[in-house]
Design a protein around this ligand. Structure first.
Ligand code: NAD
Length: 503
């Protein structure tokens, strides 16, 4: 154990201890170094600031090598019947479950989330894989005799070599939004994981290999901006899915479509929970606090703004008790970096300076023995106004702002003024109010009495407006359209059928 903790890869030349050897790209089934044109960067453990590993920063050369290997693997993979292709994913799902403890440790170390959150993310990856295993049943083609003796049929074909670019906040789940479906549908995929959390993706590649996926069908190219730009620019890549901030999503969408690729780019969020005075106080307070603090608020589905309609003070009082009871370390993990922590603190301090009232203050959180971690406790601010920056921009930390509204339409107006459109929820006992919000909220995923309204398979995941660029959704049935193209076939075998106005 000690030897592992003090491991310094001989080639690194670095003098400090790292828990894991330096990370490599996985190209054509084998670990490969990057060309070293760009310096590798450190991978940190956010709970204590220690260095876990180093990650190569790849560029065009490495992306091109992966594209070449993928094109070599693709004809055989595309020609494999889908019922055979998904056999790999039955095994992969079992391996995810078998390796849950090791994967959860990796997620906890590189991302910071607590163990049960890490395990939930892996279980969700298994559910996504379960959907991929059902694709043969869902993608059976369509056939109809459209006129006498003339048959039309539709079959779906893979696109070829595709890519997925993923963020730091779900190192296992988000790659699995795209990978199992894209590959089961016959594509070869290159994953460019977040350079902040590269370790989990290497484990994923190992599990896929163990499950029997042929080399070159799934590859991992590490890096940041340069690797992403190389993916966007490469004409050998047919489609790219992106998940990350809105700023990067816009860059990626514009650049990838400039080379006429398909692109689906999911961006950031500012999710509003509307709380009505008739809402169940116990359930609502628990759900709101869990939504704003889960994964340290670093979820694109996290509650960020609570719009409190009329007198909801009894609910707020319960929220305050629940948030104050959370202990940093066992109940809530750190945020991803010192830079992130500083940004979040700045939002809080600016809001307080502009008149917001702090009900729960997590700014001074620390964990004994891990003081160098990037800790923040749940923070709740009341009497925030819609004009404040903290009410408008994505904070991406365990911070909830409360904006007061007089009635449901005023609350919806506040919600719909946001340029984002990922998720929105309403807490109420009234069916009429619930229906009104579901119909009028400008968001792709809407909940009633649910703090995190994530649709589960077979329903698709995806927001609206500045939370999603491109057409369709990233998971479930929505992804089938994105990762395939339909061929429409018209056939006639009986000579007697003659010709008509359509032929
Ligand atoms: P990010 O945009 O910084 O990074 C995402 C990916 O883009 C990474 O792989 C990164 O290497 C790359 N990248 C970063 N800057 C780039 C640039 N200038 N040019 C090209 N590529 C670049 O996002 P993040 O901080 O890793 O993740 C958090 C963000 O992701 C939040 O905004 C969150 O809301 C969002 N997110 C959205 C969803 C969703 O479903 N809409 C899901 C998860 C996370």
């Amino acid at each position: 154990m000690l030897a592992l903790l003090l491991f310094v890869p001989p080639e690194s030349g670095y003098l400090y201890p790292m828990k894991y050897p330096a990370v490599h790209n996985i190209i054509a089934g084998a670990p490969r170094d990057a060309s070293n044109a760009l310096p590798a960067i450190d991978v940190f453990n956010p709970s204590d600031g220690s260095v876990l590993s180093r990650v190569p920063m790849s560029g065009h050369h490495e992306v091109d090598l992966a594209v070449q290997a993928a094109h070599k693997a693709w004809p055989a993979w595309a020609a494999t019947p889908i019922k055979e292709r998904v056999q790999v994913f039955y095994k992969y799902k079992a391996l995810l479950e078998k390796n849950i403890a090791e994967l959860a440790t990796l997620i906890t170390e590189e991302n910071g989330k607590i163990d049960n959150e890490a395990r939930a993310e892996i279980l969700k990856a298994a559910e996504l894989t379960e959907f991929a295993c059902s694709l043969p049943q869902i993608t059976a083609g369509e056939v109809l005799e459209v006129s006498r003796g003339v048959e039309c049929r539709i079959e779906r074909f893979p696109l070829g070599v595709v890519a997925a670019i993923t963020p730091f906040n779900f190192p296992v789940m988000v790659p699995n939004w795209s990978m199992p479906n894209a590959i089961a549908l016959g594509n070869c995929m290159i994953l460019k994981p977040s350079e902040i959390v590269p370790l989990s993706s290497i484990k994923i590649a190992g599990l896929l290999r163990e499950a029997g996926l042929p080399e070159g069908v799934f590859q991992v190219v590490h890096g940041g901006k340069e690797a992403v730009e190389a993916i966007c620019d490469h004409t050998g890549i047919a489609a790219v899915s992106f998940v990350g901030s809105t700023k990067t999503a816009k860059v990626v969408y514009r650049r990838a479509t400039a080379t006429l690729k398909r692109c689906l780019a999911l961006g950031g969020a500012k999710n509003h929970l509307i709380v009505m005075p008739d809402a169940d106080a116990e359930m609502t307070s628990g759900n709101v606090v869990a939504s704003m603090s889960g994964c340290a608020g670093q979820r694109c589905m996290a509650a960020s703004v609570m719009v409190a309609v009329a007198d909801t003070d009894a609910i707020i009082a319960k929220m305050v008790l629940k948030a104050r009871a959370m202990v940093p370390g066992p109940d809530i993990g750190p945020v991803i970096s010192q830079q992130s922590k500083d940004r979040i603190l700045h939002y809080i301090e600016e809001a307080v300076a502009h008149g917001a009232k702090i009900l729960v203050d997590g700014r001074h959180a620390t964990v004994h023995g891990r003081e160098k971690g990037y800790w923040l406790g749940p923070t709740i601010l009341d009497h925030v106004t819609p004009e404040m920056r903290i009410a408008q921009e994505e904070v991406f930390g365990p911070v909830l702002v409360i904006i007061r509204a007089g009635d449901i339409d005023a609350a919806l107006k506040i919600e719909n003024a946001s340029p984002y459109g990922n998720a929105a929820s309403v807490f109420t006992e009234s069916g009429g109010i619930a229906r009104h919000v579901m119909e009028h909220a400008q968001a792709g995923m809407v909940g009633v009495n649910v703090g995190v309204p994530v649709p589960r398979e077979p329903f698709s995941f995806g927001g609206w407006n500045d939370s999603r660029f491109g057409v369709g959704d990233i998971t479930g049935r929505g992804s089938i359209e994105f990762w395939t193209q339909a061929k429409k076939m018209t056939t006639k075998w009986n000579r007697e059928a003659g010709t008509n106005w359509m032929s």
